[in-house]
Design a protein around this ligand. Structure first.
Ligand code: CA
Ligand code: CA
Ligand code: CA
Ligand code: CA
Length: 737
């Protein structure tokens, strides 16, 4: 039961009403170690997770990365005398693969998924770099046993159990600006890193717990000027002294470039944009007086051509981390490269509004910057800064005021007030409360998107500041402020596996059905119905298009596999089409997944780089609802016949219900049981409370399936086919006076 309520209290109540989606075992990928590779090389990786029996392949989101399964061979040199005080650890369920990356794979984060007996897994990040790569070597818990690592390289390691500490030693030269960046939390690890830097004399030179990436405040970063030629030492551990194979990390050490932010952080599709990149070790970068945490920034101008193709300019192509609240943006990534290698990625956002830069001073009403609407202002919120803008409105004109800052990766918490010209506050705009995915893809955030209706003719002022401006702020607190009249409605779409609180993937059984859950961002008042269809489905798999009704933000596309559909996996496309100002427009769905399980708080989730579907053997049961298309006058009831097809191993009852997913507004599905020996149930459904319109819905089949040799019952919930329902208006009665 998904509800789009804004308050947490209702959210937690509604939680009691839905449970995790139940299905047969699907592979669950927890870690791939090492979690990265240098382009043009190969490496043996260890894959750990659950239900990873009979490994077949790894699938990467870039075709230049491939893997071959390496069958298990027992170690030849088992220790003869294991320590008596320690029990030997349970042998982990792991699989080995040899992974290769082609030379031309661009540096970035890619998705890797495991494929085995039970289908395809969730993704994990797999990084391709243009640095040398190395592995930590235990024991390295003391400075004296530090792993010696190359310079301008990335070290892959894990913080294991038992308060593991990892020490590294590297050589650096006087005058070098050395950046030490740990990436863990941002590449799906559980590590909350804590990092120190020491000279060879044991003197602590720097320490970092987490850097200014506000929502990803878990990965340490050290930037230091090498005082003298010599050996330097890094100590890394988990902040809470946790550890496990899931606490993997990558630490890069060297003079590679690092991008902090860029201005403007976007441009119009098809345009050539002159962007000022700010960062460290930038190739040809010039010094500036701007600093972050006391460290000076360089500036580098770069001309960037933005794509003009409509399909590209409504996509987000970014081989870095994208959390749910940023998944609505469109854009591309920007990196720079110096002799040591490539930088991190920053998002360059697409927007076709006329660009403007903020002009300081603009901290008071008398100095508010005059704006012509529509426009997109790029600006910065330094400490104690306030940015005021003034524009003219007519009574009842509607403006969308959209501030994008946190969603661009800036640490700001933008706060917006709209004032009258005399300074009286008209509106204090709220943070974006739109949560399209509830716990599984929690999309509300700190940025602001406000629909403002002018209460009178005259000038109005937007006052923008960082919520904690007294204590925080800086050049990297960048933002984009968009103001437009009658903004064009639009929508973006996320496709997610069905489980709402646990790691999950799209796995379908021959002769069975499964859900692809569709979550909708409706922007600038978009409320039209949306048709969603799947393309590039594997042979033998089909999906009827669904209609997501006006204003509805959630739908379920059902994929059905023929009994003889080929076992395998493929990348699929999910496309949503709707009207924007009377014109049909299509948007490709983006993938969204849970990174780690949750119980009753928002799951750590992220966008994926593709949507994958696997087919495997024989569904335990499947239900079919008929008729598949119904037209009814509002107020009438209609009948639905649900037929059940069981596999030979499945003799049990199946309950038919409408729980755990979004039904058309005010519709309810009566609960019925199809008992052992029976194959059919009849449902009568009322339409009195349904708004007129076209809807798609499905019913659930919920049954206990005997699994394995012991025939242990396992609860499985599978959807029926999609039923299309058209609710016609009631005939108008004679008007009564
Ligand atoms: Ca370690
Ligand atoms: Ca260690
Ligand atoms: Ca400013
Ligand atoms: Ca200002």
């Amino acid at each position: 039961m998904i509800r789009f309520s804004a308050t947490l209290s209702i959210l937690s109540v509604s939680l009691l009403l839905f449970s995790a989606h139940a299905e047969l075992a699907v592979p669950r990928l927890n870690s791939v170690y090492p979690p990265g590779i240098s382009a043009g090389s190969d490496v043996d990786v260890e894959v750990a997770g659950q239900n990873i029996e009979e490994p077949k392949a790894l699938f990467f989101s870039h075709p230049g990365i491939t893997a071959v399964f390496v069958p298990y061979e027992p170690p030849k040199d088992l220790p003869k005398d294991p320590p008596k005080d320690k029990k030997p650890p349970e042998p982990p369920k792991t699989a080995k693969f040899k992974v290769s990356s082609a030379k031309d794979v661009p540096p970035g984060d890619y998705d890797v998924r495991f494929i085995g007996k039970f289908g395809i897994s969730n993704p994990r990040v797999f990084v391709v770099s243009d640095f040398a790569e190395a592995l930590e070597a235990e024991p390295n818990n003391e400075k004296e046993k530090a792993t010696k690592v190359p310079f301008n390289a990335t070290i892959n390691g894990r913080i294991g159990g038992g308060e593991d500490v990892d020490w590294f030693q590297f050589s650096a030269k006087s005058g070098q600006r050395v950046l030490i960046e740990c990436r863990a939390w941002r590449i799906d690890s559980r590590l909350d890193g804590f990092m120190w830097l020491y000279g060879s004399d044991g003197k602590q030179l720097a320490m970092s717990q987490d850097e200014d990436i506000r929502d990803e405040k878990r990965d340490p970063f050290i930037d230091f000027d090498v005082p003298a030629d010599g050996e330097y030492f890094i100590k890394l551990t988990d902040f809470t002294y946790n550890g496990s194979p899931d606490h993997f990390y990558r630490v890069s050490i060297g003079t590679m470039p690092y991008l902090d932010f860029m201005l403007p952080p976007g441009g119009a599709p098809g345009a050539v944009v002159n962007v000022a990149l700010y960062g460290r070790n930038l190739p040809g970068g010039e010094a500036t007086d701007q600093k972050i945490n006391g460290r000076p920034l360089q500036k580098l101008m770069k001309q960037i051509q933005l794509p003009s193709e409509p399909e590209l300019s409504t996509e987000l192509r970014f081989n870095g981390l994208v959390r749910p609240w940023s998944a609505v943006l469109d854009g591309m990534e920007v990196r720079v490269k110096n002799d040591a290698g490539s930088s991190n990625a920053k998002l360059l956002r697409f927007s076709s509004l006329p660009p403007v830069f903020e002009t300081e001073p603009n901290n008071e009403i008398a100095k508010a910057q005059r704006l012509e609407i529509p426009c997109l202002v790029s600006g910065q919120l330094t400490r104690e800064d306030m940015d005021l803008f003034i524009f003219t409105a007519k009574k009842d004109e509607k403006f969308v005021i959209n501030v994008t800052s946190n969603r661009l990766g800036a640490p700001a918490d933008p706060d917006v007030e709209i004032l009258k010209a005399n300074g009286d506050v008209v509106i204090n705009a709220q943070d974006i409360g739109d949560n399209i995915g509830q716990l599984r893809f929690t999309s509300n955030g700190r940025d602001v998107n406000h629909l403002f209706t002018a209460p009178a003719n005259g000038d109005f002022i937007v006052r923008l500041e960082h919520l904690f401006r007294q204590a925080q702020g800086g050049p990297h607190y960048i933002y984009q402020l968009e103001i437009q009249r009658d903004a064009e409605p639009d929508f973006r779409v996320i496709c997610s596996p069905p489980d709402e609180i646990r790691i999950d993937s799209h796995v379908l059984y021959q002769g069975g059905r499964e859900r692809l859950d569709i979550l909708i961002f409706r922007m600038s008042g978009h409320n039209e119905s949306i048709t969603v269809e799947a393309r590039n489905l594997p042979p033998g798999v089909s999906a009827d298009p669904i209609v997501i009704g006006k204003d509805v933000k959630w739908g379920t596309l059902v994929v059905t596999a023929a009994p003889d559909a080929a076992i395998g996996h493929s990348e699929i496309q999910v496309v949503a089409t709707s009207e924007i100002k009377g014109k049909k427009s299509s948007r490709k769905a983006r993938g969204g997944v849970i990174v780690w399980d949750t119980v009753n708080t928002p799951a750590l989730a992220r966008m994926t780089r593709n949507i994958m579907l696997a087919v495997r053997e024989k569904a335990p049961f499947a239900i079919t609802a008929s008729p598949a298309e119904i037209s009814v006058v509002k107020g009438q009831t209609f009948d639905l016949t649900v037929t059940l097809k069981r596999s030979d191993e499945m003799p049990n009852a199946v309950q038919i219900n409408g729980a755990g997913y979004q039904l058309p507004p005010n519709m309810s599905i009566p609960v019925k049981s199809i008992d052992p020996g029976q194959t059919e149930a009849k449902l009568t459904i009322a339409t009195e409370k349904l708004p007129e319109g076209t809807y798609s819905f499905m019913v659930n089949g919920d049954g206990q399936v005997p699994v394995g040799k012991e025939k242990k019952n396992m609860r499985c919930v599978y959807p029926s086919n999609t039923v299309k329902l058209i609710v016609q208006p009631k005939p108008q009665p004679e008007a009564k006076k």
